[in-house]
Design a binder for this molecule. Structure first.
Ligand code: NAD
Length: 249
């Protein structure tokens, strides 16, 4: 029996990395999937990979006024939404002393404000009983040098999931967090890192885990499936940590 049969799912940032692997798994498990992202070409390529009649909607989560229309498009095509994965995010590392206001605003606009409004604007399109899952990070509750602004946005969304779960209890909408540890995805090279810097970062991050390696997007997608399905129905305002033991090392 497919775990997401007859369900409608939306995955923000579903055209790459963790979001794409999640969209693929959800479609395999029977869901009708709409993905959002900023690049139409990669959205089109991704929907072919996802299959099952999936659609790709161009939508930037930092342009708040336009977020609702993406949900409207998804709901018109498939019906109201049962699963919302709020996953779009960016990673701009940098030391406290050098971090610019522009870097801070961009990080905060997409990773924090974007998450708040991605959930707010979805409310009219969500079915009662829906599962909302936000991608945080193991860094959200750690204190690692050089990633403070990013980590703070990831801490903020853990708080949002708790508050929203209380606030949406009358509609039985549960909001949970999935916190991945380091995962090999394009996010690590989007900031213009050279292959050498990428290798260095990979080795550094691998050594920070008990597992001794980076995670894969597919391993993280299995966590999203758990949180999306009724298997996790008693989990409300909680956090699933899939970090290869990074937080305990
Ligand atoms: P990725 O770069 O492959 O994917 C990020 C996705 O977000 C892309 O689809 C991108 O188009 C989308 N996106 C970015 N800005 C957007 C915007 N303004 N509007 C709409 N979409 C936007 O990286 P990923 O590693 O798959 O990241 C997915 C999530 O996982 C992010 O929230 C990231 O912070 C989080 N995360 C990643 C890691 C990791 O090590 N890769 C670890 C912990 C958490």
């Amino acid at each position: 029996m497919k775990k997401l049969a007859n369900k409608v799912a939306v995955v923000t940032g579903g055209n790459s990395g963790i979001g794409l692997a999640t969209a693929i798994l959800f479609a395999e498990q029977g869901a009708k999937v709409a993905i959002t992202g900023r690049n139409q070409q990669s959205l089109d390529t991704a929907t072919i990979e996802i299959g099952n009649d999936s659609i790709g909607i161009r939508s930037d989560v930092s342009i708040i006024a336009n977020i609702g229309s993406a949900y409207q498009t998804a709901a018109e095509k498939f019906g109201k939404i049962d699963i919302l994965v709020v996953n779009a995010g960016i990673y701009i590392p940098g030391p406290l002393a050098d971090y610019s206001e522009e870097q801070f605003d961009k990080t905060s606009d997409i990773n924090f404000k974007g998450v708040f409004f991605s959930i707010q604007r979805a409310l009219p399109y969500l079915n009662d009983g829906a599962s909302v899952i936000v991608t945080s990070s193991s860094l959200g509750t750690m204190g690692i040098a050089g990633v403070s602004a990013y980590s703070a946005t990831k801490a903020a969304v853990i708080s949002l999931a708790k508050s929203f779960s209380s606030e949406l209890a009358d509609r039985a909408i549960r909001v949970n967090i999935l916190s991945p540890g380091p995962v090999e995805t394009p996010i690590m090279t989007r900031d213009g890192a050279t292959p050498e810097q990428f290798e260095q970062a990979k080795n550094y991050l691998s050594a920070k885990t008990v597992a001794g390696r980076l995670g894969t997007s597919e391993e993280i997608a299995e966590g999203f499936l758990y949180l999306a399905s009724d298997d996790s129905k008693y989990m409300i305002g909680g956090e699933l940590l899939l970090d290869g033991g990074m937080r305990i090392k």
